[in-house]
Design a protein around this ligand. Structure first.
Ligand SMILES: [Zn+2]
Length: 885
């Protein structure tokens, strides 16, 4: 620690080294926002967020729950995310990732016991659990600003299900409404995050970082750990004449800190300006496509390479029965070296490639015309075999791509510590399953050996994915078309490398957008996520894109009881869903949470992002309920539920689980109506049951989507997704077009399907645009069509804006009232047309603006069907729906 000895006084900390700009800000000024995490230049518009699929099942611990749990409510302050993002981007859909892998639950970590005397340093008279030293030593200085109300605290990286913690263990741990948080540790640097280039001060006992809630002995510079209460030395750095002075240290005044080390002194370090060469991208392309698919794919590929930054190195491989590795050394000619596809490449053949004269990875600025000519030279599949029966050596092709990305340095660097600069990316464009060579499965399920071969193939794919990850390369698999790709076999390759698996309807727009977003999404590597909390709190489950970290993955401290998770990649749109419990009745006024992610950026900087949050504790249940963030709680409950929906057969059980949770929450936190058996759902949680009702009916658990492969990919995506995307996948957002191009947000009820309306429904992985076709005659027809076209254009723009940063990019579908596709739209809305008018008006007040004729017309437009409305469902559970917010 202690690199540059900063002045004890109030001087701002350390010098900024070259390379990474660290903005160190003196706390007093709001200060300029530190530079963002360096990301490869984004191509095209998309910034991409990403997800990594993945979940492994490492039962880290606490397997708790099959049951319900639920968190609470929250829209009030909550949902930051739902604003519109303005800029338009290309939309399209895709369904994401992998099937139900079981996410792992991590955390067992028990909070540690609080040691009283600190080993080394002097010990403070620690009174009890919580700090608050009543002045023992006059110098002990609490840094937190007095009077700060943490219950309104919001962190861009961490969303708690409630802003207060219940003191009574029994109430706090009611599983139907659990307590927890969604943490997006890889989120882009937010304003307010301090970036410092210097070693952090860490508690020598438990490994926690010094932070804004630490108490500091100004005379000696010692600081007390908020987690274990030990007193630590700061090597004199925190010696200061006053509390204000010591708060000049960014970590003592800011909730979120990025500690950056550029590794300037590390061998092989290249200063950032020279290393702007982003990670190489290898396209691995299916040769077995029919003409139409190929044309779409070619369009997407041409656009993709045009979108890449000029310094990006690109490689192109195609595969069928053989693997063709395209050589950029031949000028504008498309020429390729061909390897057999039936077995893994031999060492000799790889050496011939790597040490030969061919150029297989070349910067775009030098090879753009060649890349275009390669794509143009691709030919449709010639034989007359059905799609599923064509020989595709996808596995061999990925092995070859990996070998080329590693290059000669893989051998030559043996014995040297090699920290590869960026991570490589392999983008597989597949139209069918891997049916030839290693990792393949037979064309037909009826093959007598299919189950065995599938098992072998899955293992092989996992192995290759792990190898890729070990070499810092992510494999994304983007599939399209109607041919089944055997998701269970391919998914492990993407997943174990930290990549994504996305299904598309075709190779067109959405596919192209996802190619771009996949290649440009910011990704770090070597991510390690640590969670430390006050002794009273137990992290009982972690769901997200990682697995329990091996013991040697972290630095060792005497009593480090953190839950530690190894991340396969570090990306913006991931999040971890943490469930927590209290271990005993809490006596202190606050509990502390510290989340840390360590990772390497593509530019060789090592970042340790430390987020420290303190929440007040309360005795009062109503104060607790008031602090609940309904949307966050809805997402956490849903993730815990979806985790258990591994197979189609589990879906019914999961729907029942939801019913039970909703009922349990009402029994425990709501109230019974007088002279009735009915319970009213607590109004503080009013949007929770509606969100869960959507979950029950929607693509994750309902019967909207036909194919289990697609459902399992969606569930997998959902389990890793950021809060925003998770919430949208859960409960769709409904926006009605208004004259003048504005939109009105309405509940996602079928009552929105009004004449003259155009509606955008954002359901996360799918966005629907629904247009009414009014019959019109003669001259009115033209005007009508003009209006309709304008409305459609406005809806499209909105849809693109809403999803500009989303990855995978959603499918955007537009259709007219009464068309066959309209049912996809209707099935995602809550059916409310059978509810009595007073109930409709209470929940969908926009109806009041309709004329009587319009209401009659609306009423007559519904086809009768049996689905329960939300109110009917609540009553079936002997509950009275909460009053709408
Ligand atoms: Zn500690």
């Amino acid at each position: 620690m202690a690199q540059p000895p900063p002045p004890p006084q109030q001087t701002p900390p350390p010098p900024v080294p070259v390379g990474y700009t660290a903005a160190v800000t003196p706390p007093s000024t709001p200060t300029p926002r530190p530079e963002r995490r360096p990301a490869p230049p984004a191509s095209s518009s998309a910034v991409a967020t990403r997800f990594s699929p993945q979940q492994d099942q490492s039962p880290l611990h606490a397997p708790r729950t099959p049951g319900p749990l639920t968190p609470g409510e929250g829209p009030r302050t909550g949902s930051p995310l739902q604003q519109f993002s303005t800029p338009p981007g290309p939309p399209v859909f895709s369904s994401p990732l992998r099937p139900s892998a079981v996410p792992f639950r991590a955390s067992p970590a028990l909070p540690q016991a609080t040691p009283l005397s600190s080993g080394g340093g002097s010990s403070l008279p620690i009174s009890s659990p919580t700090p608050h030293f009543t002045n023992g030593s006059a110098e002990l200085s609490s840094l937190a600003l007095p009077g700060v109300d943490e219950s309104t605290f919001e962190s861009p990286y961490v969303l708690f299900t409630a802003h207060k913690v219940l003191k009574q263990k029994k109430l706090a741990n009611i599983p139907s409404l659990g307590f927890g948080a969604l943490v997006s540790p890889g989120r882009e640097l937010s304003p307010g995050t301090q970036v410092v280039e210097r070693e952090p001060h860490r508690c020598q006992n438990c490994g926690a970082f010094s932070n804004l809630y630490c108490e500091v002995l100004l005379g000696s510079g010692q600081w007390q750990c908020v987690i274990c209460k030990k007193l630590n030395s700061s090597d004199g750095e925190y010696i200061a004449p006053s509390r204000d002075a010591v708060r000049q240290w960014p970590e003592l005044s800011s909730s979120a800190i990025d500690y950056v080390q550029t590794g300037i002194k590390r061998p092989g370090f290249v200063p950032m300006s020279d290393s702007r060469v982003s990670a190489p991208v290898f396209l691995v392309i299916d040769e077995c496509l029919d003409e139409t698919h190929l044309q779409h794919l070619q369009g997407s590929l041409h656009a993709f390479v045009d979108s890449l930054p000029p310094t990006t190195r690109i490689g192109i491989i195609s595969y069928g029965r053989t693997v063709s590795v395209y050589d950029f050394s031949e000028g504008s000619m498309a020429s390729a070296d061909v390897l057999p596809g039936d077995k893994s490449p031999t060492e000799e053949s790889l050496k011939a490639l790597i040490y030969g004269t061919g150029v297989y990875l070349s910067p775009i600025h030098a090879s753009l015309p060649v890349a275009h000519s390669i794509f143009s030279s691709l030919r449709p599949y010639r034989l007359k075999l059905p799609e599923a029966s064509r020989d595709r050596c996808l596995g061999t092709a990925v092995e070859v791509a990996l070998a080329i990305i590693q290059g000669p340095s893989a051998e030559m660097s043996r014995g040297i510590i090699r920290r590869p600069g960026g991570s490589g990316r392999i983008l597989v464009c597949a139209g069918g399953p891997n049916t030839y060579g290693p990792g393949s499965v037979p064309h037909s399920f009826n093959h007598p050996n299919y189950p065995y071969m599938e098992k072998t193939a899955i293992k092989w794919m996992e192995h290759v994915g792990h190898e890729a990850h070990r070499h810092n390369t992510v494999v994304d698999i983007l599939c399209a078309g109607t041919c089944p790709v055997r998701v269970p076999v391919l998914q492990p390759l993407a997943k174990s490398s930290g990549g994504v698996f996305v299904l598309h309807d075709d190779f067109g727009e959405a596919f192209g957008v996802n190619l771009q977003r996949a290649s440009s999404r910011a990704a770090g590597s070597h991510g390690l996520f640590e969670i430390r909390c006050s002794d009273d709190i137990l992290v009982s489950q972690v769901i997200g894109p990682g697995e329990e970290a091996p013991a040697d993955a972290r630095e060792s401290f005497k009593n480090d009881l953190s839950a530690s998770i190894q991340m396969l990649s570090v990306e913006e749109t991931q999040s971890f869903a943490l469930s927590m419990e209290t271990k005993r009745d809490i006596k202190s006024d606050h509990v502390f949470f510290q989340f840390v992610v360590h990772y390497s950026t593509a530019f060789q900087a090592e970042i340790s992002r430390v987020i420290t949050i303190r929440l007040p504790t309360v005795d009062s249940v109503s104060a607790y309920l008031d602090s609940i963030q309904e949307d966050v709680v809805s997402v956490l409950i849903s993730k815990r539920t979806i985790l258990h929906a591994k197979a189609a057969s589990d879906v019914t059980d999961m729907r029942l689980t939801i019913d039970e949770r909703v009922k349990d929450i009402a029994l425990r936190f709501g109230h019974q109506l007088p002279k009735s058996k009915l319970h009213r759902f607590p109004k503080e949680l009013s949007s929770v049951p509606e969100n869960l009702f959507h979950l029950r009916r929607g693509p994750l658990l309902g019967s909207i989507i036909g194919h289990e492969d697609e459902r399992s990919i969606l569930r997998n995506l959902f389990l890793h997704a950021s809060f925003d995307l998770s919430l949208r996948m859960l409960a769709p957002r409904c926006l009605m077009h208004r004259e003048g191009g504005t939109f009105e947000e309405l509940p996602a009820y079928d009552l929105a399907m009004q004449s003259n309306a155009a509606v955008v429904l954002d359901h996360g992985t799918d966005v629907f645009i629904w247009l009414v076709t009014e019959l019109a005659l003669g001259a009115e027809l033209a005007a009508q069509e003009g209006q309709s076209a304008a409305a459609l254009a406005a809806c499209r723009t909105l849809a693109e804006e809403l999803t500009e940063q989303r990855f995978p990019a959603p499918r955007i579908l537009a259709f007219k009232e009464g068309s066959s596709q309209a049912r996809y739209f209707v099935s995602r809305l809550i059916p409310a047309h059978r509810d009595p008018p007073y109930e409709q008006e209470a929940r969908f007040p926009q109806l009041l603006s309709l004329t009587p004729e319009q209401r009659t017309k609306l009423k007559s437009s519904f086809v009768h069907f049996d689905d329960l409305s939300f109110c009917e469902w609540m009553r079936s559970l002997t509950l009275v729906p909460p009053e709408p917010n």
